[in-house]
Each structure stands twice: as structure tokens, then as C-alpha cells.
Design a protein around this ligand. Structure first.
Ligand code: 5GP
Ligand code: ZN
Length: 136
């Protein structure tokens, strides 16, 4: 399924040109227009799924397999020293384009980016409560 109002549907299916690194029947991998670092790329499924909640399990698996291949290739070519894989779901999590995508961000010495979070302080009891909420 495609969404006629979705920019990533149009890019993934070739209606809007993009700097494509890889394409097959299911995916297109493109360079991000606002890269965090040199080589920042996005894996786009050609079918429209808004986020990870909607994405079929099989495609989720295929996304990670493709990420692995792309990361290996880009590391060789770009001579980067590490990679962040990031995948945002929902406004609150920073998602701005509501067509599932996986960010692949090459990391270089002194690239000036900081991708992370401020760790909270929690007690063992709080961790146990959270665990129970999830699996209890
Ligand atoms: P999100 O915040 O939804 O996880 O990430 C959306 C990403 O898509 C951003 O990094 C943004 O730079 C990128 N982006 C938005 N519009 C376009 C576009 O038209 N072309 C490309 N190549 N990237 C885009
Ligand atoms: Zn779409």
C-alpha cells in the first residue's frame, strides 16, 4: 500500500529523485537530506507503514538484515569508525516523517555529534516495578 500524501512513498518508489545507495523490490536506501554526519542514510520500505507498530514482522527482520549489509559496505567505503542505527516512532520520539524508516549514521572521530540520553537514577525497586509492568 502507498499513501499519496507521503513524501517517503514517492521517494521510495522513484517518483521523487533521491541519492539512492541501494534498491531492491522491497526497499530503497537513500542519503538523508539533512545529514547528521557524512553518509547519513535512511532505509525506506517501498510499502507505506507509518511506524514500527504497523510494520509487518517479516519486513522488520529484512530491515535489520539490510542495515547490517549497508553498515558493512559504508564502513569500508567511508572509513568511518562506528555507526548509530536510530529508528523513531511517534511525535514524542522525534519522528517527523510518518513512513517507517531506519537511520544509519556513520560516526567519525570529532564529528561533533552527540547521540544519547541523560541516564536517570533508579532504585532496584523501581526497576522491579517497571519489569512487572512490562512482563508481569
Ligand atoms: P525522523 O525524524 O522522522 O526519524 O527522520 C526524518 C528524516 O528524513 C530527517 O533526518 C530528515 O532530514 C529526512 N528527510 C526529510 N525529508 C526528506 C527528503 O525529502 N529527502 C531526504 N533524502 N531526506 C528527508
Ligand atoms: Zn509512505
Amino acid at each position: 500500500m502507498k499513501d499519496v500524501n507521503c513524501i517517503f512513498c514517492k521517494i521510495a518508489n522513484g517518483e521523487i529523485p533521491s541519492k539512492t545507495l541501494y534498491e531492491d523490490e522491497q526497499f530503497r536506501v537513500i542519503l538523508d537530506l539533512g545529514p547528521a554526519t557524512k553518509g547519513h542514510a535512511l532505509i525506506l520500505p517501498k510499502e507505506h507503514y507509518a511506524n514500527l507498530y504497523e510494520l509487518p514482522e517479516e519486513l522488520a527482520g529484512e530491515t535489520m538484515k539490510l542495515a547490517k549489509k549497508m553498515v558493512v559496505k559504508m564502513t569500508e567505503r567511508l572509513k568511518c569508525e562506528g555507526f548509530n542505527l536510530i529508528q523513531n516512532n511517534g511525535d514524542m520520539a522525534g519522528q517527523t516523517v510518518f513512513h517507517f524508516h531506519m537511520h544509519m549514521i556513520p560516526r567519525y572521530q570529532a564529528d561533533g555529534q552527540k547521540i544519547g540520553w541523560k541516564p536517570m537514577e533508579v532504585t532496584q525497586e523501581e526497576l522491579e516495578e517497571t519489569r512487572n509492568e512490562i512482563v508481569g
